[in-house]
Design a binder for this molecule. Structure first.
Ligand code: EPZ
Length: 421
């Protein structure tokens, strides 16, 4: 298992290009099952999660190929579809469950393994099941698999989500595009990845409105045609790299970044004393005058502060001047980066869903272990500001969501290298 060695090396300067969004791509790819015509995605990120989704779709019978070193994904599912998503693939990535809605809409049946728990929480699927049953599917859980069928096809329905779940919204919207009649989805998730999915489905001929608001209305159609769609920029990668100059000092421009994708997060950075400026090429972030201020953070569904940036923000608060409270309201176990940051001298107390962080003048480099995708990158950020050398092990977590992290940070002056093992 590879490691990444990073040495605090003073302030950063330069540009970092932002890739296409992993969490948009992971819901756009299953949409190929909704049409027999080709669906092509451009600006796709090169990540191991995308390779896993490729493997899953191919196992279902879709043709998926990565062109231009993976930046273009050409898909087509005109052949017979095998509607069984195998545990071996699904257990590696929860987002595999996003084939459930498209398979039901296309084939009228699906057998999808439950993803099983993951490091950050139990991550049940009751909201996906509730929504798809409302559309007329019969779903039962047997031997760890969801067995779903819609013998008479799917019918539009009024659905209200208990929680504005991203994945449940995506599964329900995709299934409803081919249902008979109108579906009104209330308390729908509003994340930019949902907006991106709807824009792609609309290009395929779907009739949908309200994306980005809490109510999405879908008028079912008989069939969808092919399309070519550019994946939206990755707001979590963007926020992560905005924190690099914030924690290490200096000035970095994030190419392709858009402030509307990271509104609440940018507001928090500015509250902490970091400068955030929109430019013609993206977003420029700079911190030149000493330590940032401690700020309180509460994660919420979009447009609130994203849970996927909580671990990274904690790294910054470890070096801030004061005491910060970070409240995690989306997942039940998303502070596993805290003990690792404490090995670097951070002062953190975790009580249930809240972490209290007292900033220290400087962190000290140490060997630490990545536990999940976003926790692993928070350790890299901490290493950028720490005195001495930090060695982050199990970086396969990183490869799931960050392409070329070493190259991108070296490009702005960080002393960082990947150690193959
Ligand atoms: C998506 O996961 C993202 N993944 C996650 O990013 C992100 O953290 C999460 O949304 C929240 O923004 C992808 O898009 C591939 P949810 P998802 O359904 O859809 C509960 C990353 O780091 N819930 O919005 O699985 C659930 O347990 C990943 O890139 C139910 O109770 O998240 C959680 O507490 C991590 N029942 C809350 O809702 C359900 O049926 C939000 O989950 C579904 C969810």
């Amino acid at each position: 298992m590879d490691s990444i060695r990073v040495k605090g090396n003073g302030s950063l300067k330069g540009e970092i290009p932002i890739a296409g969004a992993k969490n948009a791509c992971l819901t756009l790819m299953p949409a190929t099952l909704l049409s027999e015509e080709p669906l092509t995605l451009t600006n796709a990120p090169r990540l191991s999660d995308i390779a896993t989704m490729t493997q899953l779709l191919q196992s279902l019978g879709a043709e998926v190929s990565g062109l231009q070193e993976g930046q273009v994904i050409a898909m087509s599912s005109h052949g017979p579809i095998n509607p069984v998503a195998d545990y071996d693939i699904v257990r590696k990535m929860r987002a595999s469950n996003l084939v459930l809605g498209p398979l039901l809409a296309r084939e009228g049946r699906a057998v999808v393994s439950l993803p099983g728990g993951c490091a950050i929480g139990a991550r049940p699927m009751d909201l996906h099941i509730h929504g798809l049953e409302a559309l007329g599917a019969e779903i039962d859980l047997r031997d760890g698999y969801l067995h779903a069928k819609a013998r008479k096809g799917l019918k539009g329905a009024k659905i209200e989500l208990r929680v504005a779940s991203v994945g449940a919204t995506e599964n329900i919207v995709m299934a409803a595009t081919l249902a008979k009649g109108t579906t009104i989805l209330k308390n729908a998730a509003r994340e930019p990845e949902i907006v991106d999915l709807v824009q792609c489905l609309r290009a395929m001929g779907a009739q949908i409105e309200g994306e980005g608001t809490g109510t999405i209305t879908i008028q079912g159609v008989d069939r969808l045609h092919g399309a070519t769609h550019r994946v939206v920029a990755d707001r979590i990668e963007l926020g992560t790299y905005m924190l690099a100059p914030a924690i290490a000092g200096g000035e970095v421009e994030l190419l392709g970044g858009r402030r509307d994708l990271v509104g609440a997060f940018s507001d928090k950075l500015e509250e902490a004393g970091v400068e955030v400026t929109e430019t013609a090429k993206g977003i420029k972030v700079s911190r030149k005058n000493g330590r940032v201020r401690s700020v309180n953070v509460r994660t919420e569904v979009f447009p609130g502060f994203p849970t996927d940036l909580q671990a990274q923000m904690m790294a910054l608060m470890c070096t801030a001047d004061g005491v910060a409270e970070l409240e995690e309201t989306i997942f039940e176990n998303r502070f596993m980066h805290a003990p690792e940051l404490m090995r670097m001298g951070a002062e953190i107390e975790v009580h249930g869903g809240t972490a209290r962080v007292r900033g220290v003048k400087s962190l000290k480099g140490a060997p630490v272990m990545a536990t999940d995708l976003r926790a692993s990158v928070s350790l890299i950020l901490a290493g950028l500001a720490a005195k001495g050398e930090t060695l982050v092990s199990r970086v396969y977590h990183l490869d799931r969501g960050y392409e070329h992290v070493v190259g991108k940070l070296r490009g702005v002056g960080a002393e960082i290298e990947r150690i193959k093992s």
